[in-house]
Write a protein that binds this ligand. Structure first.
Ligand code: TPW
Length: 552
């Protein structure tokens, strides 16, 4: 077996299901073996950021690893932003980069794609990945691959592997996976007892589910935990779409002042907020009307548990969730969910589209045809999507890089085989939308809704007078036709309803719906967010004192 075959088998054994890649001369030996061996399907796209977003989305929806393979320098450095996002949002993406071979590295000449030193790229990726290795020795490569992939899985964060081009086909032993670290059973038991004690003493406990619940494959267990605890469930903003199959589903997403006031009230008044895998970020918590006192919260995530004045280190989320379940009696399953109300007749067919009506029409369509996984971009569509019925979704709600939704939708379809819907602003579409041209080769047929306000609307809502936020009118439907898809334009609710029906019926080609909305029309959630940010920057709230931390 060659070094690259050994790597590919290890990726598969750790949950990798496909590779998104763009080759270059330093990476061609890797790609040649990847294609010839067929160990993992290989999908090529046009621009490296899209590889990162697609791999990230594949990992987010399914669990397992996302894989992005690139060439040295120009290719790998194009991946920095999506990998940084995957790091920040805890998505396990494996970056595989080609690199100069040993002999050429010692020529003393600058090599093409080199920045400062030959190690500059490695150093850059050290900052945005949780483990790295250069596979320049066949003897050590299996152990290095095992170490790096184990970290990727355990921390659910990106890792970086560099394959010098003269090492790709050297003979190599198979990778022996690193067994998971044992969990201290006594600490786990004490921790679970303490959590349940705190919940039992509380008068208003609430469970908030965050991204790690999906990353570690614990959605069913957490839904069961919520049932046994009998506490209300919400998600973080980033966790929107979690527990989509649970009965009852979560009440909604917490967004502080920008969110549903009933949910904000529930969370902010809780005297025992059980946070499971929640990323504490400003988009989640920065716009809180009343600062959440983290000393009263129970935070399970990042491989530890913090509650009150304690920290239990080295307790993975999965172990804690199952330890809690073991201590709670089973409850009779909840009664089946009431049937979804039939779609209301389209009473407002002639009215102009707005963000809210886009959400409403998508809901109506999904009530008729079933739920689709969603890929959401950054811009008002992130807020608009909060009004779309609970459904599996991926969205960069914290790091917030534009350009995510289209390649993420391709990643979702490649990984799951399910037909996704991408919701994307016209500005963000400009960044990665042309990747739709690859759908024909791979038989992907996502439905893409461009929330088109002819500008960077979210920025406009903060700075209405700035001319630079206006982008002009692009004919997205014609662009779609040129890329081999079906392009439709909708300016009214009736036209969007009709376009969505056409999209559902049209299989085998992607369908892009240019949903034209008047510039300045923004979603209620974005309006609340803008108001909250303005209010908070005029009058910043007094923060709660930080929780003193005593290591367990
Ligand atoms: C990679 C900054 C956040 S929102 C936004 C920008 C430029 C405007 C989005 O315009 P779009 O959607 O897509 O038309 P809408 O609804 O607001 O009109 N570069 C990157 N990521 C981010 N977040 C920005 C810039 C930004």
């Amino acid at each position: 077996m060659t070094l690259v075959e050994s790597l590919l088998h290890a990726l598969k054994a750790h949950g990798g299901r496909q590779i998104f890649g763009i080759p270059g001369d330093f990476a061609l030996p890797f790609f040649k073996i990847a294609e010839a061996s067929g160990i993992l399907p290989l999908y090529t796209l046009s621009h490296e950021p899209s590889l990162g977003f697609a791999a990230d989305a594949a990992a987010r929806l399914q669990g397992g690893l996302g894989i992005a393979a690139v060439t040295y320098g120009a290719g790998a450095l194009n991946l920095v932003n999506p990998v940084a996002q995957a790091y920040a949002e805890k998505s396990p993406v494996v970056v595989i980069s080609g690199a100069p071979g040993r002999r050429e590295a010692s020529y003393g000449l600058l090599l093409h794609h080199q920045v400062k030193t030959l190690d500059s790229q490695f150093e850059i990726f050290r900052h945005i990945t949780c483990a790295q290795a250069r596979l320049d020795h066949a003897e050590t490569a299996p152990a290095e691959i095992a170490r790096v992939l184990a970290r990727c899985v355990r921390e659910s964060r990106p890792v970086y592997l560099e394959v010098p081009r003269d090492r790709a086909d050297v003979p190599c032993l198979p990778v022996v996976p690193v067994p998971p670290a044992p969990v201290d059973a006594e600490a786990l038991d004490a921790c679970a007892t303490e959590i349940l004690g705190q919940l039992a003493r509380a008068s208003a406990p609430v469970l908030m589910a965050g991204v790690e619940v999906r990353r570690f494959g614990e959605e069913d267990a957490v839904a069961e935990l919520a049932r046994r605890l009998g506490v209300p469930v919400v998600t973080s903003l980033m966790g929107t779409g979690l527990l989509a199959e649970a009965h009852p589903p979560p009440r909604g997403a917490y967004l502080g002042l920008a969110g549903d006031p009933a949910i904000s009230d529930l969370v902010e008044r809780s005297d025992a907020l059980l946070m499971l895998g929640v990323i504490l970020s400003d988009t989640n918590f920065g716009a809180s009307g009343r600062r959440i006192d983290l000393r009263r919260a129970i935070r399970i995530g990042d491989g530890q548990v913090e509650l009150g004045y304690h920290v239990y280190r080295d307790l993975p989320l999965s172990a804690v969730v199952h330890a809690l379940l073991d201590k709670l009696p089973a409850r009779a399953p909840a009664p089946p969910a009431p049937p979804v109300p039939a779609a209301r007749p389209d009473s407002d067919a002639a009215s102009a589209l707005c963000p809210q009506s886009i959400a409403r029409e998508v809901n109506r369509m999904m009530r008729r045809h079933g739920r689709f996984p969603l890929a959401i971009d950054v811009g008002d569509c992130l807020f608009t999507a909060l009004e779309i019925d609970h459904s599996h979704r991926v969205a960069p709600g914290y790091y917030a890089s534009m350009g995510f939704a289209v390649p993420a939708a391709l990643g979702l379809q490649a990984a799951s085989g399910r037909r996704p819907i991408a919701l994307v602003g016209d500005g963000a579409f400009g960044m990665t939308g042309l990747e739709l041209g690859h759908c024909a080769r791979y038989g992907w047929d996502p439905i893409v809704i461009v929330q088109n306000n002819a500008g960077w609307g979210m920025l406009q809502s903060f700075e209405p007078a700035l001319a630079l936020n206006r982008l002009g009118n692009w004919d997205f439907a014609r662009i779609a036709e040129g890329l081999g898809g079906v392009g439709l334009t909708a300016r009214t609710c009736g036209e969007l309803a009709h376009a969505l029906e056409t999209a559902v019926r049209t299989r085998g080609r992607f369908v892009l719906i240019d949903a034209v909305i008047p510039p300045g029309a923004i979603s209620p959630a974005l309006q609340r967010y803008v108001d909250a940010v303005r209010r908070l920057s005029a009058d910043p709230p007094v923060p709660a004192p930080p929780a003193p931390v005593a290591a367990h």
